[in-house]
Design a protein around this ligand. Structure first.
Ligand code: 13P
Length: 242
């Protein structure tokens, strides 16, 4: 399976900073034998769209979109605008959307289905908190979030899942390879039971150039969803070349 490296910039980079990053980054990706996706904040979508024109293996997407085309949804991001501008991917259910913005578990399946329906690829983000891991609930949480997120998803349409243990996000505390391998194996089995074959499973949580190689060597780790270390072109390139 072709590897997929995704950069979640969160609330970083203005349009000018987005252009600067991509001007430095994109020419160097031609030798990377993987797919690369950048997730700029929505305010920088248009700057990204202009910079990406003509790139063969690099795409961009939205960090969050609503599950309806239009309507009275003040402050939300439109998946249709994302598509019109040339975006290809959308994150669904990132842990910061769930915990900081209190997104409801019941929203996830509609978002995944709506994104798929537009011909875009959803990246469903799942993962347990430290308290849930300590209570031995890691598999149960991942199973529940897969169930909630994929209830209306089509097995015939593109889908990516990102396993991001909440306690490893932005903490510098990367999950142990054995923990990542166990979780990814569980997620793979669960996806197969649901009829999703060949779904890439990304790992996210304090991925850095220093730990990317070891993690990428694990079975069922098909790429990364990178936060902090994706903000610098050289650092993200090193991860893409891991
Ligand atoms: P960090 O790589 O900064 O831990 O963030 C991970 C993440 O949340 C990517 O979506």
């Amino acid at each position: 399976m072709k590897k997929l490296f995704a950069a979640n910039w969160k609330l970083h980079k203005t349009p000018a900073e987005t252009r600067d990053f991509l001007r430095a980054f994109l020419p160097q990706t031609k030798t990377v034998a993987a797919e690369i996706v950048i997730f700029p904040p929505a305010s920088s979508w248009e700057a990204a769209a202009q910079s990406f024109a003509g790139s063969a293996n690099c795409f961009w997407g939205g960090q969050n979109v609503w599950s309806q085309a239009q309507g009275a949804f003040t402050g939300e991001n439109s998946a249709q605008v994302l598509k019109e501008l040339g975006g290809r991917y959308a994150l669904v259910g990132h842990s910061e959307r769930r915990s900081v913005f209190h997104e409801e578990p019941t929203w996830m399946s509609d978002k995944v289905a709506f994104v798929q329906g537009l011909g875009l690829t959803p990246i469903l983000c799942i993962g347990e908190t430290l308290a849930e891991r300590d209570a031995g609930q890691t598999d149960a949480v991942n199973a529940r979030q897969l169930e909630e997120g994929l209830a209306k998803a089509k097995t015939s349409q593109p889908l990516v899942v990102a396993y991001e243990p909440v306690w490893a996000i932005g903490t510098g505390r990367v999950a142990q390879p054995s923990q990542v391998a166990e979780a990814h194996a569980f997620i793979r089995r669960n996806l197969q039971e649901k009829g999703f074959e060949g779904t890439p499973i990304l790992y996210g949580g304090s991925v850095k150039p220093e730990n990317a190689g070891e993690l990428l060597g694990l079975p069922d780790v098909n790429g990364f969803l990178v936060g902090g270390a994706s903000l610098d072109p050289e650092s993200f390139l090193k991860i893409c070349r891991a």
